[in-house]
Design a binder for this molecule. Sequence first.
Ligand code: ATP
Ligand code: MG
Length: 384
Amino acid sequence: MPDKILFGEYRIEKPLGKGAFGTVFLATHLGLNVPRAIKIVLRNGSGRTGDEFAELEKRFELEARLGAQLDHPNIIRVYDYKPGKDLLALIMEYAPGGSLQDLLDHSRREKEQIPVDKVTQVACAVAAGLEAIHDLDAVHRDLKPSNILFDALGHAKVADLGLAQASGGASHRSTLGSLAPKHPGTPEYMSPEQELTSSYLTPASDVYSFGVVLFELLTGHNYKLKQPGTHAAALRPDTPTWLDELVAAMLAKAPEDRPWDGAAVLKLLKAGITKASYEEERAQQQAARVKSLTAQALNALEHSKPGRAQQLLEVMDRIAPDGKAAADALRARAREMKITLPVISSAAPATRPRTANLPRRLPWVALALLLLALLAGGIWGFGI
Ligand code: ATP
Ligand code: MG
């Protein structure tokens, strides 16, 4: 394809890399004489069916639509989407500094660790990019080293919004219930809820993937292949304590136990880097979270929703340092209001796979079947 002129506007220079769905080329915009990166998907490429092509068309459209709303220094700009007869083309900003995956590959080859300062610098840029995405009420869903690129100045930028969960998906997914499709993404970097459930994802899902990326930058290993709960500092002893704690918090199994979104992670990074006080920032965020959960739980009690209240109280129990005390105060309030709180599992509601309720329901299902069988037997016996 090199030297080919596309849409009469772009000269294709050379391939930059190949992904699961298409190839990214370096191109020159002939009118402006500036470089662009163009992701191209061929209609008949690798035995692709019409349905798969239609699906990719939707992804490109979404990426172009979100891209048009995101003019941010830490996000790869999307300039245009061109659906052609035989191919789809997404015109993007060209990032000449390679990807974070390239940096990881290089550090593995050379057996050199990535300096902690470089890790925190990349982390701040990615957190700022995520903040902009989360501000649009979207969730990236495919944050990974090959989707973090470097510009000419070495600034990291988040790329590839084609798999994003766009705003408004909550009601859509809850309407579909168990028919909602599974989340797309890359299993090595997916959050537990993205991998196991098809319910609406919160920004905390990207925070988990971001935690996996940071763990890998620090240690060279993928967190998901390690024992759950493994700390980066156990594999990389010069990891600062605050950064080790932040990465561990980002990798919490339950989304409610993680810093909530890109903005929260960015604040914690800044507090840790300036040594102002990571602990103080974390405590402030936790206090704000306890306050918001308290209001939600109280609202649930006042509207006679003890199940919902109990779920929220269990989340509060896990928030140090004041969550448990606030939850206990609400339990006392529930007793005053003569509301009995149900006993539910300590697993976080948002991460529990749909099927997790099944064992609790099994005795009831069995009882219902038995009654049906007895009834049928009775009817049979009476010869009706
Ligand atoms: P997947 O298909 O699973 O998302 P991927 O991210 O590697 O994997 P692509 O998004 O198609 O796949 O990108 C392929 C490669 O092209 C990337 O790894 C990156 O090195 C390069 N690339 C992508 N976008 C750009 C860009 N805007 N500027 C420079 N290089 C890019
Ligand atoms: Mg990509």
